[in-house]
Design a binder for this molecule. Sequence first.
Ligand SMILES: C[S@@+](CC[C@H](N)C(=O)[O-])C[C@H]1O[C@@H](n2cnc3c(N)ncnc32)[C@H](O)[C@@H]1O
Length: 273
Amino acid sequence: MTKVKKSSNKYKLDAKEQFLIETGISDYNGIKPRMNKKYKQIGRFTEILSDKLTQSGAMNQKRVKVIDIGAGKGYMTFAIYNYLAKHNLDPVIHAVDLNEELMKLGNENANKCGFENLSFISGFADQYSGLAYYDAVVSLHACDTATDDALFMGLKMKSKVILCAPCCQKEVLVSLKEKKSLTKFISNGLFLHKMADLITDNARVMLLQSQGYHVDVIDFVASEHTQKNTLLAATKKSGKKPAFYEKYKSYKSEIGFDGIKLEQMMLDEGLLG
Ligand SMILES: C[S@@+](CC[C@H](N)C(=O)[O-])C[C@H]1O[C@@H](n2cnc3c(N)ncnc32)[C@H](O)[C@@H]1O
């Protein structure tokens, strides 16, 4: 069952936390005006992650393990570590990104903050082999198919929670343009981009459901804080539900797109058999 929810913003992140200063979101006067949007995004994302970890029972564990895909400068990675550490959950958090410089900076900042189990690792998400299991896989605006890499990682290891806010989905757009199934009706480029985003995310929801995940689709912050404010929040509830993959296949052929990277990775791994 998929729900659409609006954001609420209950969680208040202290603007003077050291990690906010080290990562450049705050200075000693508080949040820098140009960083206010990122501050809102990471606060709300952390709040939703905490709700989902609580519902899944992970907040009762001694240790919670999280991986952040496409972490960039690590604003959100630090926010999650800070939150879990303050709740005595002895977090282990790994962050992966292509950008070597940012991963080096992330490790330096983690040292300065005394976040000893926070590590930044450079590399492609789909080639990363870290721990065999993470309780939660998260990604905030990881580009294009890096979101599929994050979703796949969570599905493969049956993580309790998978939380992804997708960004710049390109695969389906190419497919729609080639097949002309929708382009013959939609000539405006912006509409077509929005349609491709929507089709991609809806496909991701069905593939998550096929593995027994309950998915909430959330407008996680107000659109003035980011245009990319869709969040797929998935929690593991049951074993596989193959009917959702059948539904996905009909959807793919009726809309007229070739499929998405997540499906191919799941097929290769035998998850959809
Ligand atoms: C828009 S930034 C978001 C950064 C961060 N999550 C945030 O919200 O501030 C996207 C990041 O994804 C990384 N990225 C893109 N494709 C990737 C891939 N295939 N594997 C790992 N990282 C990737 C980029 O290097 C970039 O740092």
